[in-house]
Design a protein around this ligand. Structure first.
Ligand SMILES: NC(=O)c1ccc[n+]([C@@H]2O[C@H](COP(=O)([O-])OP(=O)(O)OC[C@H]3O[C@@H](n4cnc5c(N)ncnc54)[C@H](OP(=O)(O)O)[C@@H]3O)[C@@H](O)[C@H]2O)c1
Length: 307
């Protein structure tokens, strides 16, 4: 399976939203999409950082069509405002890249009383997708791409304590949130297929890449990690964004698939099919998580049949 961005036909006229587009993998994904001629909406919480990213992309792709709309995934109100603003400005959406994420922060509840990783990485993306899906044309080039991680493999959906109120482990909560992203991608695809929709829901993970994701890890541990073989097994963000770009743009992609790097332990290497844990494919868990997510976000997320 090989993927060369320059072989992708012009995507002019199409629109993509990338959450967390200002840095790391979201930035690289936005840059890649801009190179194809697609208009990219940089959905970021910090407008200054978003504008800096816009300037950087324009310096590499002067013809890039970019737009910034503020989105703070730690607030459901911000997700709703973002969706309203997007719908006011645009009549269609071709790609939704649910990329933004945080890893291993100290315990924090969002203003909606959710554990922060569960809210930012998963629940707000669930709501965002539900508010925008009907803008997608009914064809297989319309795609929702969710970002998971190798960390999903140690994740469990702890239905007894979804918001880690009784006991918090930042590592377990990250694993849970990334497992939830993969379960969501699979369940959304099943629901789309049941409705005979051609829109695809796909998941991707980047392997390991040195971005700002480690910002919540104490600097001494970051220093010690640099002494392990880990840095040699990782790859730069440009390459780590390839599974996402593959899921978003390659012609031979099917819904419900999962892409990641093909090297040792899926940490680096070219994009290809990735391995999902058993729990990620468990339909009963997926249905339960979907129902709870609807309740928590006060949404009825039932993808409509194609019109
Ligand atoms: N890097 C890896 O090795 C790795 C491995 C597996 C999976 N992933 C996944 O890849 C995705 C991107 O991670 P990354 O490595 O690129 O991390 P990153 O460099 O830290 O970028 C994360 C992005 O998410 C944004 N973000 C954080 N909180 C947000 C919020 N409340 N509202 C809106 N945006 C928010 C950040 O914005 P600010 O700059 O304003 O904070 C930033 O743009 C994540 O979903 C992560 O779980 C990464």
């Amino acid at each position: 399976m090989s993927f060369d961005l320059s072989s992708i036909p012009s995507q002019q006229g199409k629109i993509a939203i990338v959450t967390g587009a200002n840095t790391g993998l979201g930035y690289e994904t936005s840059l890649g999409l801009a190179r194809t001629g697609m208009k990219v909406i940089l959905a970021c919480r910090n407008l200054d950082k978003a504008q800096q990213a816009q300037t950087r992309i324009l310096s590499q792709v002067p013809s890039a069509e970019l737009e910034v709309i503020q989105l703070d995934l730690s607030k459901l109100t911000s997700v709703k405002t973002f969706a309203e603003e997007y719908r006011d400005r645009h009549s269609h959406l071709n790609l939704l890249i649910n990329n933004a994420g945080i890893m291993f922060p100290a315990y924090e509840q969002t203003e909606d009383s959710f554990e922060s990783q569960f809210a930012v990485n998963y629940l707000s993306h669930f709501l965002l997708t539900s508010l925008l899906l009907d803008l997608m044309p009914n064809n297989s080039e319309s795609r929702v791409v969710s970002l998971s991680s190798n960390a999903h493999k140690f994740g469990k959906i702890n239905f007894e304590d979804l918001q880690s109120e009784n006991k918090y482990s930042s590592v377990e909560a990250y694993g849970q949130s990334k497992l939830a992203c993969l379960i969501f991608a699979n369940e959304l695809n099943r629901k789309l297929q049941q409705k005979e929709s051609k829109i695809l829901s796909i998941c991707a993970h980047p392997g390991v890449s040195e971005t700002e994701l480690a910002r919540h890890i104490p600097s001494i541990i970051q220093f010690l990690l640099r002494l392990t073989p880990l840095p040699y097994m990782s790859h730069p963000p440009t390459q780590a964004a390839q599974p996402t770009l593959y899921a978003a743009l390659a012609e031979d992609v099917e819904g419900g698939t999962y892409f990641g790097p093909q090297g040792t332990l899926e940490m680096s290497g070219p994009a290809g099919q990735a391995i999902q844990s058993d729990m990620a494919q468990d339909e009963a868990i997926a249905q339960k998580l979907w129902q709870i997510s609807e309740q928590l976000t006060q949404t009825n997320f039932d993808p409509k049949p194609p019109h």
